[in-house]
Structures are given as structure tokens and as C-alpha cells.
Design a protein around this ligand. Structure first.
Ligand code: 1VU
Length: 310
């Protein structure tokens, strides 16, 4: 399917375990039936049924059951099906996992407030002992880093288990932890977001950016998406269905970039045949780092294409 003939937002994330596409990850409160229903037809790459902050304390038990049922209904969904459990430190995570790991459809667990490898290991051990056997190998982890300690321990979190597929930055709790005011410019989080992106790329993981809380303002969303993409994030969290398409389109190389990358790769191969490591294209020097950039762009698009074909 030629990429140019479809909008990038229509690409499906269903693909091999290690190659899941996660540009837009939409939270759906696990205790709200109408939103769960709406999520079943969402084009989001990943739907995250939330058992944590969007669920009131007195609805936790009901939410677990509702999410379990929602996962069953998601069989036909094109989205990756994930559940955000409560933090390991909350004492609620075992009860969450005890229910959702009985699902054959669950594809990812989002672990909030991860501060060290121990949090990841706790969840891995429960997957190994409680998950339905036929689904056990399919379950990936998204580790949410939302504190100063989590940022300090990024390496051990990223490498805690091969199940970890993505690191996710959560701005609200990070700002609360450090007593920061979240600004539109986001300078107060620059170090933490850069550190997370760097750790993710160093260990071959995806990097998921913060939530745009101003969910009725398309300008702020577009600005945030471009900022996150330019920093190296590969996707972004969403809290409202109307954020999904903008996020998906931003976290995909543009057609212009893809065409340039194709020309760079072709030109580089030709120049190498002539024994040259650098050549000029449209007045700009193309050398090995630019060639690697072009390869990365094409590889990202090919992964998305593969996911469409599957
Ligand atoms: O048209 P309908 O009535 O059928 O549907 C509404 C609404 O139910 C639905 N909708 C959603 N469906 C699925 N997932 C969602 N997240 C979601 N949000 C809304 O879309 C239709 C239009 O909705 P609306 O514009 O009237 O929006 P509401 O006022 O109903 O809801 C706004 C909020 C922000 C409350 C809602 O979008 C929401 O609950 N979002 C998720 C919040 C969440 O999960 N927070 C925790 C994760 S974020 C985090 O922890 C970092 C701070």
C-alpha cells in the first residue's frame, strides 16, 4: 500500500510484539461505561483502560470488572489494548493484576509512578505467575516515570525486563514531586524529558510524551506535539478522542521527509559506489550521519506500513 495513498492517521498498530506502533495512547477511565463504549471504535494506536487516577477510590473494584469486560469486547479493535494499573506502592496493584491478567486480550500494562527496577520486577513476576498462559508472552510493559527518583533510575527501569517496550513521561506528578509550576514552554521539565528520551533510544524503547491537559485547545495540542516530536519522543498520551488524530499525524515522518530520505539513501548508495563518503543534494552536504537519519525515517515508515499489512 503506497503510504501516499492513505492518511498517516489511519495506520494500524497491530503488528509483531516488538514492533507495536504507539503514536497516540488514549486513556479511558475504567469506571465510565460511556467512554469505554466509545473507545471500542477509537483509531488510537493504543487504548489504555485506566484503573488509577481517573477512578475514584470507591470505584476501584467495579472498574477492574468493567475493564476486564471491555478487554473482551476489544477483540475486533485495531488498537493495542492496555491497562494502567495502580502504582505498585499503592498496595492496589496486586488486586488490579489479579483481575486483568485473566484476560486473553490484554496486550500491555502501563505501570504508573515507577521509581526503580523493583516496580517493574513486581509486575513481571505477577505476569509470569497469573497471566493466561496463551497470552503471557504477548504482554508488554510501559513504564511511567513521574518523579525525580524515577528520572535518576531511568537506566535500571529501561533495562529491568525485555517486556519493557516504552518509557512514558508523566508531567503532572513530576511537577508535583518537584514543586514545579507546569508552564506552556515546559522548561521546568526539559532535563527530565530529555533524559527519558535519551534513555529510551539508548535501550531501543519508545518514548511517550506528556498529556496535553488543555484538551479543547487545538493550538496548544499542535504546539505540544511538535515540541515532543522534535525532542525525540515517538508518541504522546491523549485524554480525549479529539486529540488522537493530531497526535498520530505529528508523530509520523511527513511525506516530504520520507521523499527526501528516499533520495538521500539512493544518492548515498550511488556516491559510495564511486568511492565517495559524502555528496551534495539540493545544495546540502550528505554524509554518514545524514544517511543514518534518512534510514531511521524510512525504517519508522516501514514499521508503520508493516503494521497496516498485518
Ligand atoms: O459523544 P458521547 O457522549 O458518546 O461521548 C463523549 C465522551 O464520553 C467521549 N469521551 C471519551 N471517550 C473515550 N475516552 C475518553 N478519554 C473520552 N473523553 C471523552 O467523547 C465524547 C465527547 O466528550 P466531551 O467533549 O463531552 O468530554 P467530557 O466533558 O465528557 O470529558 C472530558 C474529560 C477530560 C473528563 C474526558 O475526556 C476524560 O475523562 N478523559 C480521560 C481522563 C483520564 O483518563 N485521566 C487520567 C489519565 S491522564 C493522567 O493521569 C495525567 C494527568
Amino acid at each position: 500500500i503506497p503510504l501516499q495513498t492513505r492518511t498517516v492517521a489511519s495506520l494500524s498498530p497491530m503488528t509483531a510484539t516488538a514492533e507495536r506502533v504507539r503514536r497516540a495512547m488514549l486513556y479511558v477511565p475504567g469506571s465510565e461505561e460511556s467512554k469505554i463504549k466509545k473507545s471500542l471504535t477509537s483509531p488510537a494506536d493504543c487504548v489504555i483502560y485506566d484503573l488509577e487516577d481517573s477512578v475514584a477510590a470507591n470505584r476501584k473494584g467495579a472498574a477492574r470488572e468493567m475493564v476486564f469486560e471491555a478487554l473482551k469486547l476489544g477483540t475486533e479493535s485495531k488498537s493495542e489494548l492496555a491497562v494502567r494499573i495502580n502504582a505498585v506502592s499503592s498496595g492496589l496493584a496486586f488486586d488490579d493484576l489479579n483481575v486483568v491478567l485473566q484476560s486473553k486480550q490484554l496486550q500491555a500494562i502501563v505501570i504508573p509512578k515507577v521509581e526503580s527496577a523493583k516496580d517493574v520486577n513486581f509486575v513481571c513476576q505477577l505476569i509470569d505467575s497469573l497471566a493466561v498462559e496463551s497470552n503471557r508472552d504477548n504482554i508488554q510493559l510501559v513504564a511511567c516515570v513521574e518523579s525525580a527518583l524515577g528520572v535518576m533510575n531511568l537506566r535500571e527501569i529501561a533495562t529491568a525486563s525485555p517486556r519493557v517496550g516504552a518509557l512514558l513521561f508523566a508531567a503532572e506528578d513530576y511537577c508535583a514531586d518537584l514543586g514545579l509550576h507546569r508552564s506552556r514552554q515546559k522548561m521546568e521539565m526539559l532535563y527530565a524529558r530529555s533524559a527519558l528520551v535519551t534513555a529510551a533510544h539508548a535501550f531501543g524503547l519508545q518514548a511517550i510524551d506528556l498529556v496535553c491537559m488543555d484538551f479543547r485547545n487545538p493550538d496548544v495540542l499542535a504546539e505540544e506535539c511538535a515540541n515532543g516530536r522534535d525532542m525525540g519522543f515517538t508518541g504522546k498520551q491523549a485524554i480525549h478522542p479529539n486529540q488522537v488524530e493530531v497526535i498520530q499525524n505529528t508523530f509520523m515522518p511527513s511525506e516530504e521527509q520520507v521523499m527526501r530520505a528516499q533520495r538521500i539513501v539512493e544518492g548515498y548508495a550511488a556516491s559510495e559506489k564511486e568511492g565517495k563518503g559524502a555528496y551534495g543534494l539540493d545544495g546540502e552536504a550528505i554524509d554518514m550521519p545524514v544517511y543514518k537519519w534518512a534510514q531511521k525515517i524510512l525504517s519508522r515508515v516501514n514499521k508503520a506500513r508493516t503494521s497496516v499489512d498485518n
